[in-house]
Design a protein around this ligand. Sequence first.
Ligand code: AP5
Length: 210
Amino acid sequence: MKLILLGAPGAGKGTQAERLCKTLEIPTISTGNILRAAIKNGTPTGLKAKSFMDAGKLVPDEVIIGIITERLAEEDCRNGYILDGVPRTIAQAEAMEQAGIVFDAVVSIEIADEAIMERMSGRRVCESCGASYHLVAVPPKQEGVCDSCGGRLVQRKDDAPETVKNRLEVYHKETEPLKAFYKERGLLKPVENQKGVEDTTQAILRALGR
Ligand code: AP5
């Protein structure tokens, strides 16, 4: 199964990717996580990406295309993968097509902008391993502490309300046209966000015929 998860910032792509990869037994590849790790490690890619990410803008296509083609060539991607947050522009999607990268399905998680604005204020992430929580919907067992690694939970810099607004604008302008792109190819599967995380996972699995 080669799957793309599309959706607005905060739609739940990362949350669902982590759950689906266990059920489908394939790796999840998140360009957001790869870029945040690069920033943390001070690599040249991280230095290039930081100002774009902090402002809620997209990192240039050539940086992303380089990252993703390299990652998909790795051994663990042989039997499939879940792409979380990539492609995010038509240029990225076309570059993948030209590189012979094909997909079985593109799931688009549908959620209203107002729900995103409300949701993002409650997101907390582990500063050590990147695991994601929500103060109400997905709380950690102990307040402020990551269940997986015991790391400190913090708010992402780009989750500030003004930056979330920018990210939503960028999503509608640059990323949403991908829905028509993949619909034309018969791959698009829109899935309404459900109130709970588990219900959304079940809706995605149904859309995938699982
Ligand atoms: P990235 O990290 O990919 O951010 P994003 O796409 O904006 O998405 P998020 O990670 O914010 O949200 P998500 O949809 O994964 O939601 P989550 O599961 O966390 O990218 C960050 C930046 O990197 C970009 O702005 C850009 O600069 C750059 N970048 C990355 N990829 C790029 C690319 N391809 N091209 C160019 N630039 C790129 O859920 C959100 C919250 O909601 C959580 O707290 C969660 O617990 C909660 N939640 C989830 N589902 C539910 C539910 N059903 N009910 C209630 N709560 C829920």
